[in-house]
Design a protein around this ligand. Structure first.
Ligand SMILES: [Mg+2]
Length: 169
């Protein structure tokens, strides 16, 4: 019944997205949500662990682009921190932000995944754009604003049977 809301891959966090894991699914580029995916909602900084994961991905020539619903002003600061291109505000669950990112980055749609923590935003945008979708557990969801938190119980219902894949870093 909730098939259209199921991610292709469900992991605890981006650190589970090892090169081996991406190779297994033939993923060469990632569109990355920012809030609760790369950092907690209120944090101004990205943790050293996530920073070094980003560096590892860059070194292995995995294409990366931030695709966030946050304001351009706020996401620009983070994008500069990680030296990555960005699309913001992406207006997810509409697919246009993902499509713009793919076009401007010259990514191959068939080997690109949308990575995010929200079923009704990131996952849906990825699916509508025709991409592989990777869902992560949100980082510190208690810090989210009310309009994000109210969707969480519904997310748990649609994801009830989806098992997380674990990969060692
Ligand atoms: Mg998010």
């Amino acid at each position: 019944m909730f098939q259209c809301f199921q991610p292709d891959l469900y992991v605890e966090g981006v650190l589970d997205l090892t090169l081996e894991c991406l190779q297994k699914y033939e993923i060469k580029s990632l569109l990355l949500d920012v809030d609760c995916t790369l950092k907690s909602y209120r944090s101004q900084n990205i943790s050293p662990e996530i920073l070094s994961w980003i560096e590892r991905m860059k070194n292995k020539e995995i294409g990366l682009c931030l695709v966030s619903n946050g304001s351009s002003l706020r996401i620009r600061v983070l994008a500069e921190q990680v030296q990555l291109p960005f699309i913001a505000p992406a207006l997810k669950p509409l697919p246009f932000g993902c499509c713009t990112a793919i076009q401007s980055m010259n990514f191959d749609k068939k080997s690109t995944a949308m990575v995010g923590d929200q079923v009704f935003s990131d996952l849906l945008a990825g699916k509508l754009a025709g991409l592989f979708t990777i869902l992560v557990t949100p980082m510190q969801p208690e810090e989210e604003p009310w309009f994000a938190r109210i969707k969480r119980p519904l997310e748990r219902i649609v994801l009830r049977r989806k098992k997380k894949e674990k990969n060692s870093v």
